[in-house]
Design a protein around this ligand. Structure first.
Ligand code: UDP
Length: 406
């Protein structure tokens, strides 16, 4: 099949760890690769945010990344991108009409891609699927007045849920949230994100540990809702251990970053500054080395639509402590593959860390069970196969409907 993936702000070619670059970039890159590996012809459409970017870049065999000119060719925060979605969608229609390549199916990632995708695909009679990656209602609930999303986001997300041919939810929690938003259950399928089990594996080089202390690792964009400050506040409970935070701007720019400064101030306030290290952004291909160097991975978000970092750690055979929110309640089986603790609760996190670091047998048990779970349920090959079936079903449904109408 010819598959168009639309990911308006998250390019699969982008560096990860910045404020707007995270799991969606990884998700789209891995999904595109796995779909191509299953024999599909994939094009990923993302906004051109740099004058130096060529229109088309061949990412690998069967995957091209197309940079869509929509708005100025510079980095724009994703919350300011909505006005550029109309030109984005017009460019797609024009391109698909003119070129010898038009998609059989469009799979949009994030609500704004959904808007651009549905407008373009409807003009060509092509079915559209949508993965939200994050929901405005959840963001508003947790961030309140500090949520900078466009005011119309929630309304658009609700309307898209009814308009697209299929919604792909990533977890049970997201499915429940979408049902509460009024998206009909029979239009939704759960296909969780995956992990590249070839790159994320227990064997291979590990980042050195110069201090020789037990290492608690945490990974992600340095935004407040990732809960890194809660982990830092939990560190007094494990006085021998070090805490390493991977993510944020790359090394040299890190000290000027307000979020990095905020976290270091929390560390000083808790008297753990000598045991908390911010490592900055790490290229994706080096992430496995960092996971392998850890005794435990902590993922302490306040909310999390899916959460790739616990799965990546599990694939590397590292035990995980996560907060019982969003996708983490599907991926981490409490007491079997890791521990779940309440969000925003440094005391509970500290107690869980203390107990797990003191119990090597339980850590080994979690690591073995986690590895089995990841390999059985969360490979990208499995996700691509599931999605391939959904694409086929949606395409034949749309063809049948258009035959009836004709
Ligand atoms: N990541 C990375 N380098 C970094 C920080 C993060 O490659 O310096 C990757 C990480 O391995 C994971 C993704 O970025 O694949 C973060 O995804 P997650 O779902 O945990 O969070 P999101 O950013 O989507 O909220």
């Amino acid at each position: 099949m010819r598959i168009a993936l639309i990911s308006e702000h998250a390019s699969p070619l982008a560096v990860l760890g910045g404020e707007d670059a995270g799991g969606q970039n990884t998700h789209v890159a891995e999904l595109a690769a796995a779909l191509a590996g299953a024999g599909h012809d994939v094009r990923v459409y993302t906004r051109r945010d740099d004058t130096d970017l060529p229109v088309t870049v061949r990412m690998l065999d069967g995957v091209a990344v197309v940079h869509v000119p929509a708005g100025p060719p510079e980095v724009i925060a994703k919350d300011d991108l909505l006005p550029h979605m109309k030109p984005f969608s017009r460019w797609l229609v024009d391109r698909w009409r003119r070129d010898d390549w038009a998609p059989d199916v469009v799979h949009a990632h994030f609500w704004m891609s959904g808007l651009a995708g549905i407008t373009a695909a409807r003009r060509l009679g092509v079915p559209v699927l949508l993965t939200y990656h994050a929901l405005g209602t959840v963001k508003r609930r947790h961030q309140g007045a500090s949520d900078t999303s466009p005011g119309r986001r929630i309304g658009y997300e609700r309307a898209l849920g009814r308009a697209v041919d299929r919604v792909i939810a990533q977890s049970q929690d997201e499915l429940r949230e979408l049902i509460r938003m009024g998206v009909p259950a029979d239009r939704m399928t759960i296909v969780p994100s995956g992990v590249n089990v070839a790159s994320f594996a227990p064997t291979g080089p590990a980042q050195e540990r110069p201090d020789g202390r037990p290492r608690v690792l945490t990974v992600g964009r340095l935004v407040e809702r990732k809960g890194f400050q809660d982990l830092i506040r939990a560190m007094p409970a494990v006085p021998d251990a070090e805490c390493v935070v991977v993510g944020g701007p790359p090394g040299a720019e890190l000290l000027d970053d307000p979020q990095a400064r905020r976290l270091l101030a929390v560390a000083r306030e808790c008297g753990v500054a000598d045991r908390v290290r911010l490592a900055g952004a790490v290229p994706r291909q080096e992430m496995a080395r960092w996971y392998r160097s850890a005794d435990v991975l902590v993922a302490a978000p306040w909310y999390e639509p899916f959460g790739l970092t616990p799965l990546e750690a599990m694939a590397c055979g590292v035990p995980v402590i996560g907060t019982a929110v969003g996708g983490l309640t599907d991926t981490i089986v409490d007491g079997v593959t890791g521990d779940l603790v309440p969000p925003r609760d440094p005391a509970a996190l500290g107690a869980a860390l203390h107990a797990l670091l003191a119990d090597p047998a339980r850590r080994a048990g979690y690591a073995t069970a986690a590895l089995e779970r990841v390999r059985g349920h969360y490979s990208w090959q499995r996700a691509a196969a599931q999605l391939g079936e959904v694409y086929e079903a949606v395409v034949s449904q749309v063809r049948q409907t258009s035959q009836v109408v004709a």
